[in-house]
Design a protein around this ligand. Structure first.
Ligand SMILES: Nc1ncnc2c1ncn2[C@@H]1O[C@H](COP(=O)(O)OP(=O)(O)O)[C@@H](O)[C@H]1O
Ligand SMILES: [Mg+2]
Length: 278
């Protein structure tokens, strides 16, 4: 009698709730400048995930590819896919992306300088249909950033730290599932950096909002992220848990305050030892 072969049971995969999956994307500016060269990363729902790398690596381009803002700079995803909450969102219009639950805090705190704090916050809620709840959310933002409430003048007169807080508060006003943050520490004093990162962590904990955090300040980013990716020349060259990355000798040397000039990961011996980095 024939025996029916039974498939060996596959190990049950770890519970994995991916909110954002960037799969092997290529991004081209002006139809010929190739900036992202097969970049992949995943962001788990509810996490803070850090994307680190030197100036010019392609971090901002990655965020703009996700938010759809590439289009305004004549950039395009020419290969690969971006999936958010189960839907393909590659090359989507930015306002559609906001409606689907993604807010971006741009590099350099792009708030509207000649509008008040309150007007900036209201602008953050432009895609919402539940207009009745907006006033409560403005109060909620003020409870996280009490200093903003005292500032009644134009946003252009806010200090750098206050402008960064306003940019984050404005992103929260869309009630996003995912916030893309581009170098929130840029140009801030160490004390303010600590304060801003403390608030980022608190927003993540209190609202479960997922955060993809782009930073050059690797030490600070890895202190609040659970997972991190390192990118170089338009690709991911290393990823791991924040704890793994903090302990990694090469990261220590190149991103966590090692001395001397920053070399490429490709030139370090231990980089070559580990296949998955290549
Ligand atoms: N709008 C654009 N048009 C052409 N090239 C661009 C544009 N924006 C960025 N780049 C180029 O893409 C590369 C990556 O830039 P960017 O994503 O801003 O890096 P990062 O944020 O890591 O500093 C750089 O070489 C930069 O000159
Ligand atoms: Mg940048």
């Amino acid at each position: 009698m024939l025996q029916v072969a039974t498939e060996p049971k596959k190990a049950v995969a770890m519970e994995n709730d991916t909110l954002l999956a960037v799969d092997n994307i290529e991004v081209v500016y002006n139809e010929y400048v190739l900036v992202l060269r097969g970049l992949s990363l995943e962001v788990q729902r509810g996490s803070i995930t850090a994307l680190l790398g030197a100036n010019g690596a392609g971090k901002s381009t990655t965020l703009k590819a996700i938010s759809g803002l590439l289009k305004s700079e004549d950039g395009k995803i020419t290969r690969g896919d971006i999936k958010f909450d189960g839907q393909i969102i590659s090359n989507q219009e930015p306002d559609t992306t906001v409606r689907s639950g993604i807010s971006q805090v741009m590099e350099g705190r792009r708030i509207i300088q000649d509008m008040t704090v309150l007007e900036n916050l209201k602008l953050g809620a432009f895609t919402r249909t539940d207009r009745a709840n907006i006033a409560d959310d403005i109060d909620l933002v003020y409870s996280y950033f009490p200093r903003l409430k005292e500032r009644t003048g134009l946003a252009g007169y806010l200090s750098g730290g206050e402008q960064q807080m306003l940019a984050i508060g404005r992103a929260m006003m869309a009630r996003p599932k995912l916030i893309l943050m581009d170098e929130p520490s840029m140009g801030l004093s160490p004390l303010l950096v600590k304060e801003v990162f403390g608030i980022i962590k608190k927003l993540n904990r209190d609202f479960g909002v997922t955060i993809l955090l782009v930073e050059q300040n690797a030490a600070m980013a890895l202190s609040c992220a659970s997972h991190g990716y390192i990118m170089e020349n338009g690709k991911i060259v290393l990823d791991g848990t924040a704890a793994e990355l903090r302990e990694n000798e090469d990261i220590k040397e190149f991103y966590l305050g090692g001395s001397g000039e920053r070399k490429s990961f490709k030139n370090i011996k231990s980089f070559k030892r580990r296949k998955r980095w290549l």
